[in-house]
Design a protein around this ligand. Structure first.
Ligand SMILES: *Cc1c(COP(=O)(O)O)cnc(C)c1O
Length: 180
């Protein structure tokens, strides 16, 4: 509120928001960012995506998902989505894996969670990182477990057209002490 004297950046409101988001996603950590796109860019850096690296993404998604990989110098590899959920088809992901594959970005499209059990198995088997893009799905659950804590790390957006908004804003949630 105006009376608090708080304007922007670090302050009580941000840490409270982060704590509540971590509670919602059942993760150890939540970190506010300036947007969902910024959260993805930070992760490309943290997960060391380099020129020549491939990252698997759904063929139907928001532009930021492919662009963040390209900005890091990597190559987005677009794979088919399921007709019903519009989410990554695990078999298509498996088929797209090459020696250059470094990770997967699983986008929970329009609020529908991806098949995280299948994607987790594929990622573990091939030693790939697994990012959840939860920008369109805050509040969704898979067998009672909230999205946002089902991969290695997740990104959120609080842009005006998302589930909840801060005008512009984003976040990262994770159980990893290393990534936080
Ligand atoms: C909105 C959105 C983003 C980017 O979030 P911004 O806060 O607008 O940068 C990334 N991925 C998906 C799937 C989105 O819907």
């Amino acid at each position: 509120s105006l009376n608090s004297g708080f304007i922007s950046s670090a302050g009580e409101a941000v840490s409270r928001f982060e704590s509540l988001l971590a509670l919602q996603c059942d993760t150890k950590h939540a970190l506010a960012t300036t947007s969902g796109t910024h959260a993805l860019d930070l992760l490309m850096y943290a997960l060391d995506v380099q020129p020549g690296d491939e990252v698997i993404v759904p063929a139907l998604t928001f532009i930021s998902v492919g662009a963040t990989i390209a900005r890091a110098g990597g190559r987005p590899v677009f794979v088919d989505v399921d007709k019903e959920s519009l989410n990554l088809l695990p078999q298509a992901v498996e088929d797209a894996i090459s020696p250059a594959t470094k990770g997967i970005i699983a986008v929970h499209t329009f609020g529908h969670p991806c098949d995280m059990n299948a994607l987790r198995k594929i990622a573990d088997h091939h030693e790939l990182f697994l990012i959840e893009d939860a920008c369109e799905a805050l509040g969704a659950t898979v067998h009672g477990k909230p999205i946002g804590g089902l991969g290695d790390v997740a990104v959120h957006s609080f842009y005006a057209n998302k589930m909840i908004t801060t005008g512009n804003g984003g976040a990262i949630t994770t159980n990893s002490d290393q990534l936080s």
